[in-house]
Write a new protein. Structure first.
Length: 240
């Protein structure tokens, strides 16, 4: 037997005695089509503070460091961390943080990423237009980068480049994070669930959870809660 490749692009196993009609198949090395993901993420949690979690390694980036997701223009986004330092890709092997900025409104080009929908379970991939590489977690809990991908597409087998952005909830009311994610007591007062049916309670990535004990609550689904009894926590779950 030997391989041929057909105009369809798929590999075909063909008996060595078979004859190939002109223009239908040509003998040579098989060329299998690469299954790729190439759609921009439809929901980017702009304004939310998130952890970058790798399902492939079951690890958070850098001891659960949290970043605020901000728009960077032309369909790109950036991660603004503690001290207004942006997560950036560099010419070196690993991603690092920029120097401190006055605020999170003007990230540098090295910190701009496009969000690609990784196709399932809310996973995303992060592609740098400047370096034409994807953010990756290969070993440990540090982020490095993939090989060059000129096009904004990700092979579906590249699981090290697929991440889940998990919402960070601070328990300290004086922090920027808490102020951004929660309303004041006066704003959250409710009598029935319909009182909470507002655009504020439905901002991505939140979903309104209705009225509980006179207050509106909204939240984000946490995949780690699957199978955990109500009111119980899982190992490593943040308090709040």
């Amino acid at each position: 037997v030997h391989f041929t490749f057909w105009p369809s692009g798929w590999c075909n196993l063909q008996d060595s005695s078979s004859s190939a009609a002109a223009g239908v198949a040509s003998v040579g090395p098989p060329r299998c089509p690469e299954e790729v993901l190439g759609s921009s993420a439809s929901k980017v949690p702009v304004g939310a503070v998130v952890h970058i979690y790798s399902p492939a390694h079951n690890k958070m980036f850098k001891d659960s460091e949290a970043f605020k997701v901000v728009e960077a223009g032309e369909g790109t986004f950036a991660f603004c961390g503690k001290g207004n330092r942006f997560l950036r890709m560099t010419s070196g092997p690993f991603l690092d943080n920029t120097d401190a900025y006055d605020d999170c409104s003007s990230p540098p080009r090295t910190a701009e990423f496009k969000f690609l929908d990784a196709g399932h379970s809310g996973l995303v991939a992060l592609w740098s237009p400047k370096f034409k590489r994807f953010v990756r977690m290969s070993t440990g809990d540090r982020l490095d980068k993939s090989g060059i991908r000129d096009k904004f597409t990700l092979p579906s087998s590249w699981v090290w480049e697929q991440f889940q952005l998990e919402l960070f909830l601070s328990t300290t009311s004086t922090t920027t994070t808490q102020a951004m994610l929660t309303a004041t007591d006066a704003e959250s007062v409710c009598a029935v669930a319909s009182d909470c049916a507002s655009a504020d309670c439905e901002q991505t990535p939140f979903t309104s959870m209705g009225c509980l004990q006179g207050k509106c609550y909204h939240g984000v689904a946490d995949s780690h809660c699957q199978g955990v009894t109500n009111s119980r926590s899982y190992d490593g779950m943040q308090e709040g």
